[in-house]
Design a protein around this ligand. Structure first.
Ligand SMILES: Nc1ncnc2c1ncn2[C@@H]1O[C@H](COP(=O)(O)OP(=O)(O)OP(=O)(O)O)[C@@H](O)[C@H]1O
Ligand SMILES: [Mg+2]
Length: 505
């Protein structure tokens, strides 16, 4: 091929926030038609780099060339005009606007009248949604009524509503099912065949093998390797570049004997009409039980109903033989239940507050005596939890808003680990968490179980359920279709079960 300049060439990009140099001279070259993967630990600077590329952050230094010409991306509109579309990690859709309005947000206004424009927008939106394999998403629906996976698709439709040459996706697969991921990757293959470039960020290394062409690895705001071959570079090498050390992939060992204590949690015939059929479940101290199933199979709903956040239509939950008041979170929390929910931002975090406040918010009673909050004890406990999960930066006084996606996640988990509950319900605990920190998180959960905690785990990542849990319940469309010790299952078998016997690919 002739010496054509790369489609995009970023060099020496620097970006500082108060007290943090998020990017410390990063280089990134992207060719037309390639899938370029960005890898790095939580807080390495991936999202910051793509926000510079999207015109959402102005860099403090460095140059950006687009098809060989230096450009300044002064605003998201400027980036959009060049043909750069970004799908952010924290999806930036407007909740109260419709799907069609979100897709067309930021486009040049046309001269057509409002009614005509709305009609053409809706038609255009439904064409795009069809093309993305989701005709069931209605252009007129408000975005707040959509699931996480559907929102992802709307973001993608918005990206494709422009004349794009480069699509940047920041952890697009974190909230998707295996078949949703297949669908997304099919779309990506179609785009690259048409010469569109894709920058893909993910913590799942197997995805990089599947769709990546080249990989750039970031560490502490620098590119430690650029343009490595995505399919052939050994995982060991990639992980060593990311973390600066060799990481053991092994899951923590299971206890020698099965726990024989009386169950701490008993769920009997628990059901919610239209969501899940009656479930029976016993959880003993020291035991980790996993729920495997697709998004929409009722996994999260079961967790939330046990926790009292949803009212069951039938059945009961008891802790130590005492029946909890149905639909009462208070009653559940008093009995020692904790839930680390799936959608951190909406459900769990106080964004402007410090890590310390966020970590200790649900355990305040532990730190208060006669109405006084013992700030020293609160901070010490938060500091310990922050260290245990290697949160970065390791300063518990920074506002949570400024943390990277994966580190916000760890903040929520730290809160629950600190609370000292008896039964912990974990919904997608490692979503967005990097490979190094995952291993640490698994070890912490197993250690707490060894100390007597009972854990109910929901995860879309089958290997995680199989590796961490002792026993697994497989769900399909709101029904438990199989229960077995984790060591008797493998990934293919579980995928077969959740997908109704269709062969797993
Ligand atoms: N608005 C901000 N204010 C202050 N610091 C910030 C801000 N945004 C990011 N940072 C800091 O910049 C660094 C890089 O964050 P970034 O979000 O780019 O990481 P990341 O590689 O995307 O991580 P993750 O895998 O967790 O999403 C982190 O130390 C983060 O705390
Ligand atoms: Mg990020």
């Amino acid at each position: 091929m002739a010496q054509e300049p790369p489609l995009l060439s970023m060099s020496g990009i620097v970006k500082s926030f108060p007290g943090v140099r998020a990017l410390d001279g990063v280089d990134l070259d992207v060719q037309a038609g390639e899938v370029h993967c960005l890898l790095g630990q939580n807080g390495a600077g991936k999202s910051t780099l793509i926000k510079v590329l999207a015109g959402a952050h102005q860099p403090d230094g460095g140059t950006i060339r687009w098809r060989g010409e230096p450009v300044a991306l002064r605003s998201p509109i400027a980036a959009m005009r060049l043909g750069i579309a970004t799908i952010y990690q924290e999806l930036d859709l407007v909740e109260h606007l419709s799907v069609a309005e979100n897709i067309h947000l930021g486009h040049e206004p046309t001269t057509a009248g409002f009614v005509v424009r709305r009609k053409t927008e809706r038609t255009a939106a439904s064409l795009l949604l069809d093309r993305l394999g989701h005709p069931e998403i209605r252009p007129a629906s408000p975005v707040r009524e959509l699931s996480a996976a559907q929102r992802q698709i709307v973001s993608m439709a918005r990206a494709l509503s422009h004349d794009v040459r480069l699509i940047v996706m920041d952890e697009p697969t974190a909230a998707l099912d295996p078949d949703e991921v297949d669908n997304l990757f099919r779309i990506v293959a179609g785009l690259t065949a048409a010469g569109v470039a894709v920058v893909h960020i993910s913590h799942r290394l197997e995805e990089i093998r599947r769709i990546g062409d080249r990989v750039t690895v970031l560490k502490d705001g620098r590119a430690v390797a650029g343009g490595l071959p995505a399919r052939t570079t050994p995982t060991r090498d990639v992980v060593a570049l990311m973390t600066g050390r060799d990481v053991e992939y092994a899951f923590p060992g299971r206890p020698e004997r099965e726990p024989d204590a009386e169950p701490v949690l008993r769920v009997r015939g628990l059901a919610r009409d239209g969501e899940f059929a009656p479930v029976d479940l016993d959880l003993r101290p020291g035991e980790i039980v996993g729920l495997a199933g697709l998004v929409g199979s009722g996994r999260s709903e079961i967790l939330e109903t046990i926790y009292g956040a949803r009212r069951p239509t039938a059945g009961s939950v008891s802790v130590d033989g005492r029946t909890l008041r149905p639909g009462s979170v208070r009653s559940a929390v008093r009995a020692g239940l904790g839930l680390a929910p799936e959608e951190r931002k909406a459900q769990a975090l106080l964004m402007p507050e410090s890590v310390t406040r966020n970590v200790s918010v649900s355990s305040l009673s532990r730190f208060s005596r006669a109405g006084w909050v013992d700030r020293r004890a609160e901070r010490a406990a938060a500091r310990a939890a922050v260290r245990e999960l290697s949160l970065r930066p390791d300063d518990p006084d920074v506002p949570v808003r400024t943390l990277s996606g994966g580190n916000q996640q760890k903040t929520v988990l730290a809160r629950w680990l600190l609370r000292g509950c008896r039964v912990l319900l974990l919904d997608e605990p490692t979503r967005g968490v990097d490979v190094g920190a995952r291993a640490e998180l698994y070890a912490v959960v197993r250690r707490l179980a060894d100390e007597g905690l009972a854990v109910l785990l929901v995860s879309s990542e089958v290997p995680e359920v199989l590796g961490l849990a002792d026993r697994v319940l497989v769900l399909r469309e709101g029904r438990v279709v199989h229960t077995a010790p984790a060591r008797e299952l493998d990934e293919h078998r579980v995928l077969d079960l959740v997908m109704e016997g269709t062969p797993a690919t």
